[in-house]
Each structure stands twice: as C-alpha cells, then as structure tokens.
Design a protein around this ligand. Structure first.
Ligand code: BGC
Length: 549
C-alpha cells in the first residue's frame, strides 16, 4: 500500500510509533558500479527495507560535500553530490519509497556548513567587517591565541585562524567540529532565511521528515566568554559513550554550560520551522539530535518546536536489568509532560555498533539481540542503523584506513567512528559481499569474516538476527498500551507488560531464570535466541522474550 492511501484510510500519525531505518548512503548499496553507495542503490533495496518491517528511511547527508566529515560538511544543502547521483535520483527515490509504503526523512545540518560552501568562500574573500563574514563567527585577537578557550568536539581548539591576502595572520573563525565545518551565525537573518528555503525545498520534493543535526548547537554565547573548565569539557565532549555514571552526568553538565549548546534562543528558531512544517499536509516531522539532559529534552518536542528528540539512552545503557528499567522510565518521563512519544536507538553512525559495545563475540551478539527485543516492544519510535539488523560488529580497521576527522584531530588518541560505517555485506563469501560490482576497494575495507552475516546468508537462516528483526519490527505495530513494570524478584531480570497480557522479560544475569514459576501459563511469542518452543520454562542469560501471560 502506498503512502497516500495509508494516510487517507486512517488518521494515525505515522511518526508516533514508526520504525525508522538509518541509511548511511556511502555504505548502503552501490547502484552504479563505482564502489560507493548512492541514491539509486537505496532505491534498488526498497523491497528489502519494506520486507524488514520499517516504516521510514532516514538518509544521512547526500548533499554536495568535500567529504571531510562524511558529508556532514555540506557545500549545498539543496543539491545532490554527484557521487550519490542527481536531484532527479532523489525525487525518484522519494516517489518510489512512497510507493513501497515507506516515508523518507533527510538530514539537515544547520549548525555549520562546509568550507567549500559559497558563503564561506565569499566570507574569506570579502574580509573583516563584511556582511559576508557576519554570517559566520569571525573574531580578531591581539595575540597568537584563539579568541577564547572553546574546544572542538573532534579535538583541538574550536577556532582556526585565516591568512590575509598579504600572508599576515587574519581573523579566527569558529568551528565546533572540524576546521572544514565553519559554524554559521544564527543571529544573522540570512542564515535563518536560507534554512527556511532549504526546508521548503525538500518538503516540496515530498520528504516526510527531517533529522536535525546538532539541533542543540545552533545558538552561541555571543560574548564568546571563556569556559571555566575547558579541559573537563574536552573530555566530556569526546564521542566516547556515556555509561550512565555520576561522572558522566557531571560531564554532561559541563556540556550544558558550554556556551554553545542548548541555549534558550534556539526555541525561536524551531517555532519558525514548526510553522513551515505545519503548512504542509501529511504529518511532516523533524527529529532533533540534541544531546541534552532529560529535564531539557521536552523543550525540543512541543507543538511550537520539533516533533521528536532522539533518545540516546540505549546507545549507552549498561547490561544490567535494574539500570535498564531506570533508563526506560527516565526516557519515557522526559517527554511525557509534553505528551510526545519517546524514541529509541541502539546504534547510529556516531557510536560503536551495539554488538561491540555490549561485549563483542557471542555474548555481544546475544545481548544485542536481547536489547532489540526489549526496545522493539516499547512505545514510541524506533531508529535502526543500517547493519544493526545483521548483527554487525565494529570492523577492526587499520589506522591507515581511517577517515574520520576525530582520528586525525586527536592524533589517533581516539579511533573515531569508521568501524561502524563499513559498507554493508549483501551476498557472497568475500569482500565486497555484493555491495558493489566494482573491483575497486571499498572506501573502508570490509572484514574477511562477514560471509555468515550477509543479507543473503541471514535470510536463509531461520535463527538469524535479520529474521528476528523482521519478526519484531512487523509485530511491534500491534503492541499497544502503557508500559507497566512487574517485579521479577531478581535483580537480573526486568519484566514489563503492555496491553492484552503481552509481557517482555530480559535476563542480564549469568544463570537461567525460571519464567514458568512466576507465569505458569506463559506462552512465548518471540525469543531473542530464536529458540521458541519447548523452552518456555527458562529464560537463558543474555536473552529476552515476548510472551503472553
Ligand atoms: C553527526 C556527526 C557529525 C557531526 C557534525 C553529528 O551530530 O551525527 O556524524 O560528525 O554532527 O556534523
């Protein structure tokens, strides 16, 4: 059923409980034989995505870019990079996705542009004091030191000095990320206007939603005041994962007071965006990537702001039933007061893959499956990063292959995010595993031991994680009702119920747990180890089940 028919037949708001699949275009599927993923490749695989049971696709940036940060350095937000195709390919993909009943979300990167963006080039050419420079954060200093002690999230100072035409040192510009990603100045009216144009451009092409990159970062402290603890902040800003500890909470606080995150003025910007989105039919939406503490989250999801905020809790949650329960409660209550649905993600292109994070090897595999079985039974929207459904682990890359600016800017102290971004394995027993027909090496090398985790291999294995995802992503649409936690009597077993006797249990301990003793009439519907039948009495370690009782 296509999108239009579905909208007319019921008034269900699609993003309230959508499962959204994140496509990282460069590594998804090569449709034109040049060893790089592209938009035609995504279109070719729409039947795969529809059969997986997702409702929407979020495309990471495919805009013209010099690719210093894998496309998050955008040179033209209203175009398509030739390496990914053309605007016609984008239009064709949007239409074809709708024909498959899938929504399309695109990524917006409003915090910064690429150094190749015409605005930044014009600013460099125009010189100090010009209207062109006023679209960015250019400052003078009277010494060789940067204007303040702000740090880049990718390591090193957040300022880079320009050189004047006569070769003398010039002004400094702000970049919260790589020096190739100058931050734009959101107090400048040109910036706000141009972003409205970009929103309308993609809405007119028929996209259903936006993912807003660094949504909490657009507005800066215009006094550019020094930070009290830049060293602590440098640590806190690392892309390493939060383990939920009080130490990490303190780091988050530092970020909150960083001078460039989560400032109140942001909400005026999103109110304008919301008004534009609301003009369009079809429940268009925006999800914010805003790393803010729970008590600030609801500000990004209100009728005068954006629609969703990513819940990053499962990216970091410890393998511990009690912590998991607390995390779920916290995530749900963070958005409950504005009546917004929570969102869940086990992985994305900025994090280690969940299998790796939860221990790697067989244990990591089992836990990743179990966490998915838990997450897919929760209310709200689910974000699935490409390859998560195959149970991929982070690829162990040689340093010489790494491309993430995090690796180079920290001089290798942090390995960066490339391990999760390796091209997907589709078929066959050796690289490139059907990803491309080209014999050229893929942009990041694929591991030699992926023959068993290709789409082809997993589709033919009834116990594969792919078949588990296909089951739970389809079935989750029928799961309704509030989450009620049930005391299992064990600190290692978390149980919650939804409507109609539907229960979920997960065992994070090291010994089996006797479900039958507590639920004598339980009937297991789904088990994360795909061993349904004959095992209803026992929940093994690192396993989760859906059951009726
Ligand atoms: C994106 C990253 C990117 C950064 C700068 C993040 O939020 O998800 O991949 O490097 O923004 O755009």
């Amino acid at each position: 059923m296509g999108i239009d028919q579905r909208t007319q037949s019921d008034h269900h708001i699609w993003w309230h409980n959508a499962a959204v699949y994140q496509v990282y275009p460069r590594s998804f599927f090569d449709g034109n034989g040049d060893a790089l993923g592209d938009l035609v490749g995504v279109q070719n695989k729409l039947p795969y995505l529809a059969a997986l049971g997702v409702d929407a696709i979020w495309l990471s940036p495919f805009y013209p870019s010099p690719q210093h940060d894998s496309g998050y350095d955008v040179a033209d937000p209203r175009g398509v990079d030739p390496m990914y195709g053309t605007l016609q390919d984008a239009q064709s993909l949007i239409n074809a996705a709708h024909d498959h009943g899938l929504r399309i979300m695109v990524d917006l990167v409003p915090n910064h542009v690429s150094q190749d963006h015409p605005w930044f080039q014009a600013a460099l050419a125009a010189g100090p004091g010009s209207p062109e420079r006023a679209r960015f954060h250019f400052l003078d200093t009277h010494s060789d030191e940067p204007p303040n002690n702000w740090v880049s999230l990718f390591g090193g100072p957040a300022w880079t000095r320009t050189t004047n035409p006569d070769g003398t040192p010039g002004q400094w510009y702000l970049h919260v990320f790589d020096s190739s990603q100058p931050d734009v100045n959101w107090t400048n009216p040109d910036v706000a206007e141009d972003w409205i144009r970009t929103l309308r451009f993609w809405l007119d092409m028929g996209v259903d939603g936006f993912r807003v990159d660094v949504a909490h970062g657009l507005v800066k402290d215009m006094n550019y005041s020094d930070l009290p603890d830049p060293v602590g902040l440098t640590e806190a800003l690392r892309f390493d994962l939060d383990d939920g500890s009080p130490e990490m909470a303190a780091k988050r606080l530092l970020i909150e007071n960083s001078g460039f995150f989560d400032r109140d003025e942001l909400q005026d910007i999103y109110a304008t965006w919301r008004a534009v989105l609301d003009e369009y039919a079809g429940d268009r939406m925006a999800v914010s990537e805003a790393w803010v503490p729970p008590h600030r989250a609801s500000r990004y999801v209100s009728p005068t702001s954006l629609h969703q905020i990513f819940g990053f809790d499962f990216l970091v949650v410890a393998w511990d039933a009690e912590i998991m329960q607390g995390t779920i409660l916290k995530a749900m209550s963070a958005v409950a007061d504005v009546n917004a649905p929570p969102t869940w993600a086990l992985s994305n292109h900025d994090s280690p893959r969940v299998v790796t994070r939860l221990g790697g090897g067989e244990v990591g595999q089992a836990r990743a499956r179990a966490l998915a079985v838990v997450a897919h039974a929760l209310p709200g929207a689910m974000y699935v990063f490409q390859g998560e459904e195959l149970g991929l682990a982070d690829a162990d890359l040689p340093d010489s292959a790494r491309q993430d600016p995090v690796f180079s800017r920290t001089k290798g102290a942090q390995k960066g995010r490339d391990g999760a971004r390796v091209p997907l394995p589709w078929s066959g027993a050796a690289p490139p595993y059907g990803f491309t027909e080209s014999t050229t090496n893929t942009w990041l090398p694929q591991p030699d031991d992926w023959a068993q985790v290709t789409v082809e291999a997993e589709l033919s294995d009834p116990r594969s994680i792919l078949n588990l995802y296909r089951t739970t992503l389809h079935e989750r649409r029928a799961v309704t009702g509030p989450v009620t936690f049930v005391d299992s009597g064990s600190e290692n077993v978390m149980i919650f119920s939804r409507d109609s006797g539907f229960h979920v249990a997960v065992n994070t301990g090291s010994t089996p747990w006797d479900i039958g003793a507590m639920f004598p009439n339980c009937s297991v519907m789904v088990s994360s180890d795909m061993q349904v039948g004959g095992k209803e009495e026992s929940l093994p370690p690192n396993c989760a089940v859906w059951f009726i009782a």
